[in-house]
Design a protein. Sequence first.
Lengths: 259, 347
Amino acid sequence: MSKWAKRIYASLIFLFLYAPIIVLIVFSFNAGKYSGNWEGFSFRWYQELVDNSSIMKALYYTLTVAFASSIIATIIGTFAAFGIHHMRPVKKTIMLNVNNIPVLNPDIVTGVALMTLFGFVKMKFGVSTMLIAHITFNIPYVILSVLPKLKQLPQDALEAAMDLGATPWYAFRKVIFPEILPGIVTGCLIAFTLSVDDFVISFFTTGNGVTNLSIAIFSMARRGIKPVINALSTIMFGTVLGLLLIVNRRTGDLSELDV
Amino acid sequence: MKKFASLLLIFVFVASMLAGCAGGGEDQVTLNVYNWGDYIDESILEDFEAETGIRVNYEMFATNEDMYVKIKQGGTKYDIAFPSDYMIEKMQNEDMLHKIDMSKVPNYSLIMDEFKGLDFDPNEEFSVPYMWGTVGILYNKSLVTDPVDSWDILWDEKYKGNILMMDSQRDTLMVALKKLGYSMNTRNVDELEEAKQLLIDQKPLVLAYVGDNAKDMMMSEEAAMAVVWSGEAIQVMTEMDGFEYAYPKEGTNLWFDSIVIPKTSEHVEEAHMFIDFLNREDIAFRNADYIGYSSPNTGAVEQISDELKAMSAAYPDMSKLDNAEVFLDPGSFIEEFNRVWTELKAQ
């Protein structure tokens, strides 16, 4: 009895989570323009998506900034986490609190603050300002992902490696780095997701024709979201799903990811 | 070492991609155009580039207030923007707009006379109308048996659970104010409070306060009537039969989105050329055809299908707009509007 109850409960949860996405996917194949009206199966919107240069441009900027900002933030965040981990207690607490500020701040405060800063130094708004903004709000999340893994390490692993003759850099690469790698990967993925998802901060820190998907989609609020966005979302969902399946196959079993 | 090297390689690659696309084409004149989402036929921008050699950087915003913040902040030097009526007044009061030299925009003569010298720009100096419309009641002819000619029908018990109101502060408060016979631009707190109470009384009859999904809900017959912008009504009525759009006799909101040149512009001459291009007969028609809203350009209207011209939602008999008002900038009184709306939504 309870096995069936568990199964039904789990399926309900998944249903609630995925029902909107399924509707979105189904209506991306709708020949008609409005979701109130199913007019038959068609690839029309996928064709229009490829032809629509402004959405493709937004997609390009979204992915480019997401990749670049997540990689840069991961590099900076990993080294920062390493540094914070080895700090004395008082300084450590202060740094951790400072680190939490971008996480706890409402996006609009961060966005307007960055916009004011960039205006103050008279920077030209565009890809560079958006990239800097994304790196800024990504770094804390990377630090928060890597620190727990550092805590799990034996305290003197680094010292032991150096006692055995390793240079500090070699010790870091071969001893510390492989152990904290799951935390780094998690941090990178979180950073990537946040970057793709971001609207408010991107809106206030971009300009000169640079836009990302979130801004493009949000700006359609008044006129209604075009089904082209359904097609794009379906493709993105399919890509992420495919990548996850491939990664899971390669890794063997899920416990290795240690998320 | 390999992992680190490959990571570094990726970083360098991505960084160079970004640097590369940031560089290019600095010597070509570029116009920064800031418009609502999905509010222009984008092939027009390509044609403009082909004809004049002026590049267009096209950005989109979701609300007037967002646009205002971005322009005021000055990070991007916008040359062209498309604000709505009250926002133009506000920007003009804050000296954010360039004067438009109409002699450099010869196609301005094609704008309908009724739409020249509007309340927010009486001397025709700062704006050129782009699209216009109204707010009214879209209703399903088979589900609504009474004649629809007044805002009162939205308070009719017979249609309980079948009414959709707009999730827009000024438009919904406008409905209540007009029904009570007051001006939508009132600065009288008592009148606002009365409107708020009227809307609170209406709440049990309302299915939902909706945004752009009013179209979908009406077409799938989830509701019998909805307060919508004329553009939405046009889209529904061209898509499906059985609907009608009514202009309440107490009057309604007449809205305009117009083209302006912000003072941040560094290419004022080219901005004038762009405005003139948009108002050329063939271009204005293509635009009106794509957007589906009502165009103020006579050259465009001439080429529009007779079916659309006959639709009262799109091009009504002007007498229907006798009691219509245009939104004015409420100034500091917006605080009262905000407060009333918050209290209404909280109920």
